[in-house]
Ligand binder design. Structure first.
Ligand SMILES: [Zn+2]
Length: 155
């Protein structure tokens, strides 16, 4: 953007220099030449200012996007405070709302991979016979739990 602005300033400066070179003794041909130079320099300045305006708009758009991202991340940080990692039964961990007792059949588990990507995605419990799997459908992550053992412990 600074290049575009400097280009515009240079174009205007060149036009001013061309005007300063005009004196009363110019012939009609010389006046036409000066007029041509002025138009060219002003045209260059106009193009450079258009580029600068476009770059400024892009920078403003990027700023708005970044401000929205900051708000989203602040909101996420506040929301994430409500969750803690908990053992799913075989040492693998996933997020649960604080105060919720771990159970492989609970629908409250959140995928740790999606959580790290600032998204809440519930792990869906699936019975696989001798054990339960907690499955994240968006990212396909699975955690094998020993659900029955956890159930017997009453956890
Ligand atoms: Zn996931």
């Amino acid at each position: 953007m600074m290049d575009a602005i400097m280009g515009a300033v240079g174009g205007v400066r060149a036009a001013i220099d061309a005007v300063r070179g005009i004196n009363a003794k110019l012939t009609a041909v010389e006046i036409a030449e000066v007029k041509q130079v002025l138009l060219e320099r002003l045209g260059e300045a106009q193009i450079a200012l258009g580029d600068a305006r476009e770059n400024l708009q892009t920078a403003r758009d990027q700023l708005r996007t970044l401000e929205a991202e900051v708000v989203r991340l602040k909101d996420w940080s506040a929301e994430a405070e409500n969750y803690a990692l908990a053992d799913t039964g075989r040492g693998a961990v996933a997020y649960l709302p604080k105060g919720v007792e771990p159970s492989p059949k609970s629908g409250a588990w959140l995928c740790p991979h999606c959580f790290a990507d600032f998204k809440k995605s519930h792990l869906i419990p699936e019975d696989r016979g001798s054990y339960w799997v907690l499955r994240c459908h968006p990212c396909k992550f699975e955690i094998i739990t020993n659900g029955r053992k956890l159930d017997q412990k009453g956890r």
